[in-house]
Design a protein around this ligand. Structure first.
Ligand code: NAD
Ligand code: ZN
Length: 244
């Protein structure tokens, strides 16, 4: 493991432009369950129902009661962990240009990263379905569900539900970053949700070194990934920073 960390550190030091792709795994140590595996959201709710846009638009009260109010409680309490803070430190020390994240929890910004491409939008922001009035997550009042705007419209999170498009500007920036970077750190993603899963492949095709950080193997391991650092994001980021 130590020699793999050293190899990764050399690649990061020699890179002119490094980006990161993060997924739900980086936020597990902040108490936010991932989508798949033990203790996941998938086990608790049927995401194809509750995280699907047409179901939400037809049954906003049920989706707010069962799913979104629980998500809001979890996300407002969550704090960045050593994985997020490590990526923020990498940016501060000039080793990381930006982050492409599939997460909607806003923890990279809370950790201090300044250029975060939110591939699936953000649960930190809400808007009214009728008048587009915007609110921060902290301003959403859950005493009566679904939460409503002063115009009577229902609030929804500014994140991408199943059945919705990736924001075109995020998709295009992510593709540009992937094709131009020298190194991509792929942290805590199962690399199965498209189109995010193709970002490491785009990077690799463009000649980048793909460094994966994950406690479990993924479809990238031993295929697209040049270096796989097996472990939790917090531990591995701490080791990388010690050696940089
Ligand atoms: P995923 O749930 O499919 O996979 C999580 C991955 O993280 C797995 O490969 C797992 O082995 C790994 N992992 C678990 N613990 C880890 C740790 N401590 N450190 C590093 N890695 C760890 O996640 P995904 O690939 O991001 O896809 C799920 C989709 O669900 C994403 O599109 C995302 O938008 C959404 N989601 C977001 C959040 C969030 O914002 N925090 C939470 C759940 C789901
Ligand atoms: Zn409104």
């Amino acid at each position: 493991m130590d020699s793999l960390i050293e190899n990764a550190v050399i690649k990061i030091k020699n890179s002119r432009h490094t980006t990161a792709l993060t997924g739900a795994g980086i936020s597990v140590e902040s108490g936010i369950p991932p989508f798949r595996g033990a203790g996941s959201l998938w086990e608790k709710y049927d995401p194809m129902k509750y995280a699907e846009i047409s179901y939400f638009l037809k049954h906003p009260e049920e989706v707010w009661k069962v799913f979104l109010s629980d998500m809001k409680d979890t996300l407002v309490k969550a704090k960045p962990n050593k994985g997020h803070l490590g990526l923020a430190e990498l940016e501060k020390r000039g080793f990381l240009a930006n982050i492409i994240t599939q997460n909607i929890d806003g923890l990279h910004q809370k950790a201090g990263n300044t250029d975060v491409i939110e591939f699936h939008g953000s649960f930190a922001r809400f808007y009214c379905l009728e008048c587009q009035n915007r609110k921060k997550v902290e301003e959403i009042d859950l005493t009566k569900l679904p939460p409503r705007c002063s115009c009577g419209g229902i609030f929804r999170p500014d994140c991408v539900f199943f059945g919705e498009m990736i924001p075109p500007e995020s998709l295009s920036r992510a593709n540009t970053e992937a094709s131009q970077c020298d190194v991509i750190l792929v942290v805590g993603t199962s690399a199965v949700v498209q189109p995010a899963a193709s970002i490491p492949v785009t990077a690799k095709t463009g000649g980048a070194c793909v460094i994966e950080i994950n406690p479990s193997p993924t479809p990238l391991t031993n295929t697209v990934a040049d270096i796989t650092l097996t472990g939790n994001a917090g531990d591995v980021m701490t080791k990388i920073l010690e050696k940089l």
